[in-house]
Design a protein around this ligand. Structure first.
Ligand SMILES: NC(=O)c1ccc[n+]([C@@H]2O[C@H](COP(=O)([O-])OP(=O)(O)OC[C@H]3O[C@@H](n4cnc5c(N)ncnc54)[C@H](OP(=O)(O)O)[C@@H]3O)[C@@H](O)[C@H]2O)c1
Length: 273
């Protein structure tokens, strides 16, 4: 086979690799899918044959993304979801299951930050909003998901928590965001211990800095050119940099991974002190 033909028609090795990382027919729930990572993940997964359920509060953005995915031939549904409201989570799971059946993969991605404030600057409302959205939600979504896995008599489940490199290293002004991400990583490890009895494995993806509404304040600040020099690969990440690790965690290629935190940051946390 010529090189050109090989690029179009995968050979046996490529076929095996594609099968290994396949998410085809898997039903994947993505929280916070109206923008940023979640918006990207939904398209990525649907593009590889998954049935995706998208949730967030800005339902018009969700509807637009669902329409884009469907227009490209993918399978997607969307519904309003507020991860700080238990009834909203329950209603969302019910709609998602009605559309595509039992959920194979839950991606706890929804998140906010408090806006470059130190611990003395934030108030209780900031604390509650960030901790409820980033941390409490991941626990409650995982608990409700687990109940459904049991009720549906599913033999397997898969939870992916979106953590951050601020779970271990941080800079001033990321309170309580970094606290919430430290909690998400710890939660991933504890759930990895407790969830396998229900057939569920739990891992986390810990991205470095990628331009979205969560990181905009820092990445578009005057500090940014200096900050980026601390990344050994000398650039911020792009959404596509997360594709391989996300496909790994969502597919059966990671079937023996449980409690892993996959860091994707261009080496940022290895930067010299
Ligand atoms: N960007 C980075 O550099 C970076 C790095 C590491 C980790 N992360 C993490 O990646 C995740 C996604 O963030 P992003 O960077 O993609 O920012 P983003 O574009 O602002 O996305 C955040 C998403 O969370 C949703 N959300 C916020 N509050 C919600 C709520 N109460 N209920 C449901 N959905 C809610 C938002 O949708 P609605 O407003 O429509 O509800 C939005 O879709 C977050 O967990 C973030 O901490 C980001």
């Amino acid at each position: 086979m010529s090189i050109a033909a090989a690029a179009v028609y995968p050979g046996p090795l490529e076929c095996a690799a594609m099968e290994l990382f396949s998410v085809a027919e898997k039903h994947v729930v993505v929280t916070g899918a109206s923008s940023g990572f979640g918006h990207h993940f939904a398209g990525l997964l649907a593009g590889h044959g998954a049935k995706v359920s998208l949730g967030a509060r800005r339902v018009e953005k969700i509807e637009t993304r669902v329409a884009e995915i469907q227009a490209a031939g993918g399978h997607a549904m969307g519904a309003v979801l507020d991860v700080t409201v238990r009834a909203s989570m329950e209603a969302f799971f019910t709609s998602a299951e009605a559309a595509f059946g039992p959920v194979d993969v839950l991606i706890n991605n929804a998140g906010i930050e408090a806006g470059a404030k130190t611990y003395t600057m934030i108030d209780e409302a900031d604390w509650d909003a960030v901790i409820d959205t980033n941390l409490k939600s991941a626990w409650l979504m995982s608990k409700l998901y687990t109940e459904r896995v049991v009720t549906n008599k599913q033999t397997q489940g898969n939870i992916i928590n979106i953590s951050s490199i601020t779970d271990t290293r941080t800079i001033k002004g990321q309170f309580p965001y970094a606290v919430s991400k430290g909690g998400i990583t710890r939660m991933t490890e504890v759930l990895a211990l407790e969830a396998p009895r229900y057939g569920i494995r739990v891992n986390a993806l810990a991205p470095g800095y990628i331009l979205t509404d969560v990181s905009r304040l820092l990445l578009e600040s005057e500090q940014s050119p200096e900050f980026v020099k601390g990344i050994p690969l000398r650039r911020y990440g792009e959404f596509e940099d997360l594709d391989g690790p996300l496909m790994l965690l969502a597919s059966d290629a990671s079937r023996y991974m449980n409690g892993s935190v996959v860091v994707v940051d261009g080496g940022h946390i290895c930067a010299s002190l």
